[in-house]
Design a binder for this molecule. Sequence first.
Ligand SMILES: *Cc1c(COP(=O)(O)O)cnc(C)c1O
Length: 427
Amino acid sequence: MFDLTKEQLKNLYKIGENVIDLYDKALEDIEVEFKSYHQIREYNQLKVLNALQKERISDSHFTNSTGYGYADIGRDSLDKVYARVFNCESALVRPHFVSGTHAIGTALFGNLRPGDTMFAVTGSPYDTLHSIIGLTGEDNTGSLKDYGINYRQIDLKGGKVDFDSMEEILREDKSIRLVHIQRSTGYGWRNSMLISEIKDVIERVKSIRKDVICFVDNCYGEFTDTLEPTDVGADLMAGSLIKNIGGGIAPTGGYIVGKSEYVEMASYRLTTPGLGGECGSTFGVMRLLFQGLFLAPHISMEAVKGAILCSRIMELAGFEVLPKYNEKRSDIIQAVKFNDKEKLIKFCKGIQAGSPIDSFVQCEPWEMPGYEDQVIMAAGAFVQGSSIELSADAPIRDPYIAYLQGGLTFDHAKIGILIALNKIINE
Ligand SMILES: *Cc1c(COP(=O)(O)O)cnc(C)c1O
């Protein structure tokens, strides 16, 4: 590695010689892995570019609408661009979604009715969905359960979907209306679901019940592969704009994409029946949503490269990691198991110290809304809570796993990871 950088790391960041040695070795190991990801990046860049060109986007699409926001051409065109990128009929991309959770909740509430069953086939869904479903939280909050919508779940078996149980339940329970598939790991010690695996699940579901909606939580998955779940049969999908697809530029928002009939039902939940997606002024954010999408294939890959480095260097330092640096990925998450609360907290504090924003603050575990355990979050981001920017978070529970993601530039991700490892080993 470049000697001047090495001097900076030692002098400016007090990184120990032992950590720099691990870094040298890790860099050597990971470089071959980057090639296939660069190909994915290039493919997706052309996909996005072509979608923008086909929809003839110009700066008149960046105007600011007010009030009801009828006929906001920027908003309506971005929906079309997303539908092209995701190779599906329809999209609802809105700054009005406060988060990915909100977009997912909107898709579920919009499409499920009393007596229906939601069937999760990739194990327990992401923590913030539990209060939507009604698994946790108070009674009478208006959860799916409060509306008489049932929930079933099967756990992964050896990290894979348990097809036998899935098929049996689908055959026997006619109330199942929607199958929930989570692409990313969430706070779980498991691999992300590859597109080929998602395809397999959807094909098996459809071979038994054509009328079941195959829903995919695509958070953290966008642009980590050349295909998206909607390319392989997903009917409905949702995600966050302050993760991969916002490219670090979108200030807030979420998206729902898929078949028109399902996206439309979701739009009636976002606003009201009758209004759907035709209302909603955009406060001048449209340029940022377009530009973020344009940058997203590149930025997502910077994040993946950071995750690969983290995986290798932490493994070399003796920690269990998932996935390994040379395993195929379907999201930008890197999990590191510490088996030790103090090391976990040091790691997160190190990532915080390496941030461009709020590097001087100490992050501490706290009771975050929507989560059952205390959570520590290292996030020194330009966009509050944005996790396409370098961030690490962890529920404070045994075996003390940190989830690292993001990094708008690989160079920054590297430094954050080195500071974090240095804290654990040398402080
Ligand atoms: C991030 C995430 C969500 C939504 O989280 P928000 O913080 O509400 O955007 C949902 N599912 C998964 C798998 C996620 O990673």
